[in-house]
Design a protein around this ligand. Structure first.
Ligand code: C2O
Ligand code: CU
Ligand code: CU
Length: 503
């Protein structure tokens, strides 16, 4: 490495100084403050800052309670919490609790706008099992630029089951938050957003950050290490692997533990998805073990449009180096069994969703020739351009998101099968609010073992039909409806989203 990397469309990146030179930052852990009534209070504030995402470059960024990302909120199951959010940015935002089973009123979707210098409170009690959730802005048509600017954080639901099972559970020591993001920086060191035509397919960068630092290292003990992976990238898919090809164990999907650890060598993680993995470092003392995306084997196959695949998708890239020291002597293990999985029996007819990109090759050629692409202007940190053009490209059931239209009415307490069919040219991660789901089938076949836990994002490939089943136990009215959408944030902002009420 070294030298200046020049990419397409005037993009130029900072000199690369070599990977794994800086330690992995561990976000502050927030357990809230208990009041006399037994309610736990947490405080978040959006604001501006400067971050050294890439070594030697100062970048203007946004964060919660800091310059980039936000604290890891530790929320105990079955205890009432009140999360106070102050918006200190000069534009509206919202704060969505991704994966939290809460009512529409406190879900933080696009209708729950927090104006500049105003505050918002979300009071709820999570009754769902332990899970690695996260929070991020969700303002109508501007989720992409706000997340890209640095606004995101983790929210872990805790129920003590991990400790009982003797899974690693010491925060920042053997239980590590791993927020994966890619970014593009301009020659000026500032974040570049939507400044190349291909970005319409989803904004992908060429610098890989973990917890806000490019290719950092983590000092770990020789023993079991639990990594809580969150793909918080706007659009990029990762095929998680270790450079030496070693086996690791998936213990949890988006919203809960599996019934048993699933050994794999590769794990596909699309935007918005989480996975908890256990890796055995007991034989690696004084060694270095590299976590990477082994993209070439699978990522290009997710696109039937070659222009949406970049060199990094074709070749892969490094993410994080584990530097293994002596054993920490923690009494942890890989259990044979984790938790029992629920069964959900549908009591409603299937509801169908068609993911249809409007990008025929003709339209794509016109766009590439420079017609019909109009960025919305500068709204990001450091003057990065933001917003997806006015050209509507990505739809669900041939409809684009309309804040005034409710697309589905669901009875409170019902259990519905959702059939999601992708007839577009690329894979889309489908997400729904207000509940978690189980994957029943992919093209009629049972899902792979690592997808058999509670989930809230599922990657649906072109030509694939995925059947989900979900129980709708939390209400949402037309003032604060739930969303279903593609979690490629530029698709969501472009209109690949719909709204539903539960009541
Ligand atoms: Cu992670 Cu509707 O979002
Ligand atoms: Cu969500
Ligand atoms: Cu999409």
């Amino acid at each position: 490495m070294g030298g200046v990397v020049i990419g397409a469309a005037g993009r130029a990146s900072a000199p690369r100084r070599g990977a794994f030179r800086r330690p992995l930052p561990i976000p502050v852990e927030s357990t809230g403050q208990l009041d006399a009534a037994g309610i736990r209070h947490y405080r978040l504030a959006t604001g501006y800052g400067t971050s050294e995402l890439v070594e030697g470059l100062q970048t203007s960024t946004w964060g919660y309670n800091g310059a980039w990302l936000g604290p890891t909120l530790r929320v105990p199951r079955d205890q009432p919490v009140n999360i106070h959010v102050r918006n200190s940015l000069n534009r509206p935002t919202t704060t969505h609790w991704h994966g939290a089973q809460v009512a529409g009123r406190v879900d933080g979707g696009p209708h729950s706008v927090i104006r500049p210098d105003h505050s918002w409170e979300a009071a709820y009690t999570l009754t769902q099992p332990a899970a690695t959730l996260w929070y991020h802005p969700h303002p109508h048509a501007y989720t992409g630029p706000q997340v890209y600017g640095g606004l995101a954080g983790m929210l872990w639901v805790d129920d003590g089951v991990d400790a009982q099972l003797k899974l690693p559970h010491t925060y920042g020591i053997d239980d590590i938050p791993v927020v994966l993001q890619d970014r593009r920086l301009g020659v000026d060191g500032q974040l570049a957003y939507m400044n190349a035509i291909g970005d319409l397919m989803g904004m992908k960068g060429d610098r890989f950050l973990v917890n806000g630092v490019e290719q950092p290292y983590l000092e770990a003990g020789a023993g079991w290490l639990r990594l809580r992976l969150l793909n918080a990238s706007n659009a990029r898919n990762y095929n998680i692997a270790f450079a030496d090809g070693r086996r690791f164990h998936v213990i949890a999907g988006d919203a809960g533990l599996l019934s048993e650890p699933t050994p794999v060598t590769h794990l596909l993680l699309s935007s918005g998805e989480r996975a908890e993995i256990l890796v055995d470092l007991s034989q690696d003392r004084d060694q270095r073990v590299v976590l990477r995306s082994d993209s070439s084997t699978i990522i290009p196959s997710l696109y039937r449009m070659p222009s949406a695949v970049d060199g990094l998708d074709r070749h892969g890239f490094d993410l994080l180096e584990l530097r293994v020291g002596p054993s920490l002597g923690l009494d942890t293990r890989l259990p044979d069994r984790l938790v029992d999985q629920p069964t959900l029996t549908a009591n409603q007819p299937p509801r169908r969703f068609l993911l249809n990109g409007m990008v025929g090759s003709e339209l794509w050629d016109r766009l590439r020739a420079g017609h019909g692409y109009s960025p919305r202007g500068n709204t990001g940190p450091g003057g990065m351009s933001a917003g997806v053009g006015d050209q509507k490209l990505f739809a669900i059931n041939s409809r684009f998101m309309d804040m005034q239209t409710i697309d589905a009415h669901i009875a409170l307490g019902s259990t519905e099968p959702w059939q999601v069919t992708n007839i577009s040219l690329m894979a889309h991660p489908f997400h729904m609010h207000g509940t978690s789901f189980l994957i029943r089938s992919r093209n009629g076949q049972p899902p792979p073992a690592h997808e058999r836990s509670w989930k809230d994002v599922v990657l649906v490939r072109g030509g694939e039909t995925v059947e989900l089943v979900a129980r709708f136990a939390h209400p949402a009215d037309k003032h604060y409806p739930f969303m279903y959408h593609c979690h490629i944030l530029e698709h969501e902002d472009n209109g690949m989203m719909g709204q539903f009420v539960v009541g």
